[in-house]
Design a protein around this ligand. Structure first.
Ligand code: HEM
Length: 237
């Protein structure tokens, strides 16, 4: 069941990879996927995660024979059998590329889209904050229609208020409630404050609590307390 759920996500990515491989020109990459596949094809170091070896992947857990709802760009159904034949050619390097794609789509997309959606919602409800962000951007990046340039990371110090608003939006939304599980490997255990977490224990960091701990956050939860960051972080100093 688990591998079937995963294959709903990975099968379309595998199809896309195979499609790219059959149409790519390594000297003129069209996108990130072409760059990664060219790296796999040129990798000769067996220690490298991009190394495909002889392209024979004997690990049948990567087989997608159970897949039934994979479609191509034109929404034509691709039979699981047809794909399975090609996927068995996937080597270790190809699986590394597949994992990068899964990171981008699973870890990177929904999180970023939701963060932006919530931030815009807060700004709609706080027009005075929105106005201030605009003014700061006009000053730092030029006004729209008057040679406004896109912001880059190096502009952060020139955009302290916008940074504070983004931080507060991420804290307040807090839609990733838990961090990844950590396993205690130290035979002595690990001391956290007045507690000792025993060896072998699995710890799930409670990010929701960190972002709402009343010892640190005196404002009510649903207040847009961007001032905290603006006054206390290093931005703009
Ligand atoms: C606002 C957007 C995002 C939020 C709120 C977010 C949140 C998180 C959280 C809470 C974790 C677990 C951290 C931990 O417990 O150590 C995590 C891990 C991770 N995120 Fe994001 N993330 C965001 C954007 C992205 C983007 C854009 C990418 C990739 C393009 C990405 C890739 C990853 C990866 C690969 C990990 C695992 C890191 C590891 O193996 O330790 N995330 N993210």
């Amino acid at each position: 069941m688990k591998s079937r759920i995963l294959s709903v996500l990975t099968d379309p990515l595998r199809v896309r990879m195979m499609d790219h491989r059959s149409t790519m020109d390594p000297n003129h990459p069209r996108d990130l996927l072409d760059v990664l596949l060219a790296r796999v094809d040129g990798e000769t170091d067996p220690e490298s995660p991009f190394y495909n070896g002889d392209n024979n992947n004997n690990d049948k857990s990567n087989d997608v024979k159970g897949a039934s709802i994979v479609t191509d760009d034109n929404n034509n159904k691709l039979a699981g059998k047809a794909i399975a034949g090609s996927v068995s050619d996937f080597g270790y390097g190809d699986l590394t590329v597949l994992n990068v794609l899964v990171d981008l789509f699973m870890a990177g997309m929904e999180t970023t889209a939701s963060s932006l959606a919530w931030t815009f919602l807060y700004l709609l409800h706080h027009p005075e904050v929105q106005r201030r962000v605009h003014e700061e951007m006009d000053l730092a990046l030029g006004r729209p229609g008057h040679s406004r340039r896109p912001p880059s990371l190096s502009d952060r110090r020139r955009l302290p208020f916008a940074c504070a608003v983004i931080h507060e939006s991420l804290r307040m939304t807090g839609f990733v409630y838990l961090g990844f599980p950590r396993f205690v490997t130290d035979p002595e255990g690990v001391r956290v404050g007045r507690y000792v977490v025993p060896p072998g224990a699995t710890v799930l960091p409670n990010l929701f609590h960190v972002m709402n701990d009343p010892d640190y956050w005196h404002e009510p939860r649903w207040t847009f307390t961007y001032c905290f960051y603006f006054n206390q972080l290093e931005y703009g100093k």
